[in-house]
Design a protein around this ligand. Structure first.
Ligand SMILES: C[S@@+](CC[C@H](N)C(=O)[O-])C[C@H]1O[C@@H](n2cnc3c(N)ncnc32)[C@H](O)[C@@H]1O
Length: 337
C-alpha cells in the first residue's frame, strides 16, 4: 500500500468511528447481542425472533463481524469474546457503558465541542443549558443510564485492594462514590472496615441498592452531601475516584480542602484518575480529558498538576500505582507541620 493509501485508510478509520459505535449500540439496544448470546443464528432467524428487517440486519451483522464483535460460522453468526461482554447478563455490565456513550445526552454535548474549543464554554452547558449534575438531577432516565454506565466503566476499582493496604484503616469514606461498587469492593475485601458513601441526593438510590447487604449489616452508611461544601468527619481514608477530573482547579482545590479538614489524623486520600504523563499522549487519558472538557469544567491532569492542587489543600503525593485501563492510584498524605 502506498503512503497516500495508508493515510486515506487511516483517516477513514478515524472518521467512521462514530458509525461503528452507533452500529454496536444499535445491535445492543435491539436485542441482537442478547439473542446471539443464546446461540449462533443467522440474520433471518434473529430478525424473525426480534421483528427486524432481515436484509438490514444481515448488513449490520457484517459490519459487527468486521470489527470482531461477531464471527460467521457455517452461515450463522456467533458472538466473539468481546461481543459476549455486551450481553445483558455479563458481569462486566459493559452493555450499560455502550448505552451511556451512545446516549442523546452525550451526543448532544459532543455536538458542541467546537463551541467549547472556540470559547472555553463547557460543551454540555452549551447543549443542555445547565451543568451535567443539575441536568442529571432533573432527568431520572438519563441519571439511571449515567449511574449504570459509570459503574460499568469502574472495573479498574477491583484492583484497588491489591495496590492499597487497608489493614490499618478503620473507616473509608467514598466521596462522590457513584453506585457504591468501589466501596463494596473495599468492604468485601476488608471485613474490619466500615464505609461511608457521600453522594448527591438523587444518586443515592442506586448506591442503596448496590450496598444493601453492607447497609443492612450496619457496616455502610449513605450520606447525602455536597463535597464542595463539606465532608463528614470520622474517616481515616477518603476515596476520590473519577471525581476531581469533573472539576476546575478552584473546585478541585475546594474538594481537597474539605477532605483534608475532615480526615482523621494520619489518614490518607486515595485519588483514582487517568493521570496524564508530562509528555506523550496516551489514548485513553487524552480521550477522557477531551470528554471532561465536553461534559464538565474539569480535566485530566498530570502528576505535577495534582501535586500542586494537593499542596494548596495541605496534602502531598505519597506514591502512585498503576491500576488498569490507564487508571492510576495516587495516595495523598497530610503535609507535615
Ligand atoms: C464520574 S462519577 C464517579 C463515580 C465513582 N466515584 C466512580 O468512580 O465510579 C462522579 C460522581 O460525583 C458525584 N458528585 C457530583 N457532584 C457532587 C457533589 N457536589 N457532592 C457529592 N457528589 C457529587 C456524581 O453524582 C457522580 O456519581
Amino acid at each position: 500500500m502506498t503512503e497516500d493509501e495508508n493515510a486515506g485508510r487511516e483517516l477513514i478509520r478515524l472518521m467512521t468511528g462514530p458509525w461503528v459505535a452507533r452500529s454496536v449500540a444499535t445491535a445492543v439496544r435491539l436485542g441482537v447481542v442478547d439473542r446471539l448470546a443464546e446461540g449462533a443464528a443467522d440474520a433471518e432467524e434473529i430478525a424473525g425472533a426480534l421483528g427486524l428487517h432481515p436484509d438490514r440486519l444481515h448488513r449490520l451483522l457484517r459490519l459487527l463481524s468486521a470489527v470482531d464483535l461477531v464471527q460467521p460460522r457455517a452461515g450463522r453468526y456467533e458472538l466473539t469474546g468481546t461481543g459476549a461482554g455486551l450481553q445483558r447478563k455479563h458481569p462486566s455490565r459493559l452493555r450499560d457503558l455502550v448505552l451511556l456513550y451512545d446516549s442523546g445526552m452525550f451526543a448532544r454535548a459532543w455536538g458542541s465541542l467546537e463551541e467549547s474549543v472556540r470559547t472555553g464554554r463547557t460543551a454540555f452547558e452549551a447543549a443542555h443549558g445547565t451543568d451535567v449534575f443539575t441536568y442529571l438531577s432533573e432527568h431520572p432516565g438519563d441519571a439511571e443510564r449515567y449511574s449504570a454506565g459509570i459503574a460499568a466503566g469502574g472495573r479498574f476499582g477491583k484492583a484497588l485492594p491489591a495496590v492499597y493496604d487497608f489493614a490499618d484503616a478503620t473507616v473509608v469514606a467514598d466521596l462522590g462514590g457513584g453506585d457504591g461498587d468501589l466501596l463494596c469492593t473495599v468492604l468485601d475485601h476488608a471485613p474490619h472496615l466500615r464505609g461511608v458513601l457521600v453522594e448527591r441526593p438523587t444518586a443515592l438510590p442506586a448506591a442503596s441498592e448496590r450496598l444493601s447487604a453492607h447497609l443492612e449489616s450496619g457496616r455502610a452508611t449513605l450520606v447525602a452531601g455536597d463535597f464542595l461544601e463539606s465532608v463528614p468527619s470520622g474517616a481515616d481514608v477518603h476515596i476520590l475516584s473519577r471525581v476531581l477530573h469533573n472539576w476546575s482547579d478552584d473546585e478541585a482545590r475546594a474538594v481537597l480542602r474539605r477532605s483534608r479538614e475532615a480526615l482523621e489524623p494520619g489518614g490518607r486520600v486515595l485519588i483514582l484518575e487517568r493521570i496524564l504523563p508530562d509528555d506523550g499522549s496516551p489514548l485513553l487519558a487524552s480521550l477522557f480529558d477531551v470528554h471532561m472538557m465536553v461534559m464538565t469544567s474539569g480535566a485530566e491532569r498530570t502528576e505535577h498538576q495534582y501535586e500542586a492542587l494537593l499542596r494548596d489543600a495541605g496534602l502531598t503525593t505519597e506514591r502512585v500505582a498503576d491500576l488498569s485501563l490507564e487508571m492510576r492510584l495516587l495516595v495523598a498524605a497530610p503535609l507535615r507541620g
